[in-house]
Design a protein around this ligand. Structure first.
Ligand code: FES
Ligand code: FES
Length: 167
């Protein structure tokens, strides 16, 4: 079987597997990164979202060969030095989860959105998360969490700029 190499959450990894195998399966079963969830398995719910080179991708319909040589981020890769990523922090503080099954995918979609647009309007948030399904129907809190995450990230960026200016 071919060997595929990529970076997962900053670490170089390699797997020896079939080239058409879904990336989701490789992450969960070979690399034991079970934070990425299997929902529908056919690209319809976004529970399996990961970032590939910073862009959201549905790992259930992404063959592992497509990820070769790329930078993959899963939910396990967001926290730094024991501190939650601001988007994780916002989801927790807003209580934007019930069973939590959709949450890793929602958070990664949000990370990608805020990377492109640090101040999204509500309509832009709805558009970005359209297609990310929550079976618990917690959408109002999820939208509130995205808005909070945007505010949090902007204030952290402003604080960092003040620190840099003082150095
Ligand atoms: S599990 Fe991938 S989109 Fe549903
Ligand atoms: S919190 Fe249960 S599916 Fe979204």
């Amino acid at each position: 079987m071919p060997v595929f190499r990529f970076t997962v959450n900053g670490e170089p990894r390699e797997v020896d597997t079939f080239d058409a195998r879904p990336l989701l399966e490789v992450l969960r079963e070979d690399l034991q990164l079970t934070g990425t969830k299997y929902g529908c398995g056919e690209g319809q719910c976004r529970a399996c979202t990961v970032l590939i080179d910073g862009a959201p991708a549905l790992s259930c319909i992404t063959p592992v060969r497509s990820a070769a040589g790329k930078r993959i981020t899963t939910i396990e890769g967001l926290a730094r030095d024991g501190r939650l990523h601001p988007v994780q922090q916002a989801f927790a503080q807003e209580g934007a989860m019930q069973c939590g099954y959709c949450t890793p995918g929602m958070i990664l979609q949000t990370v990608a959105l805020l990377e492109k647009n640090p101040s999204p309007a509500r309509a832009q948030i709805l558009q970005a998360l359209n297609g990310s399904l929550c079976r618990c129907n917690g959408y109002p809190r999820i939208v509130a969490a995205v808005e909070f995450a945007a505010r949090l990230q902007r204030s952290m960026t402003a604080q960092q700029e003040v620190v840099h200016a003082a150095e």
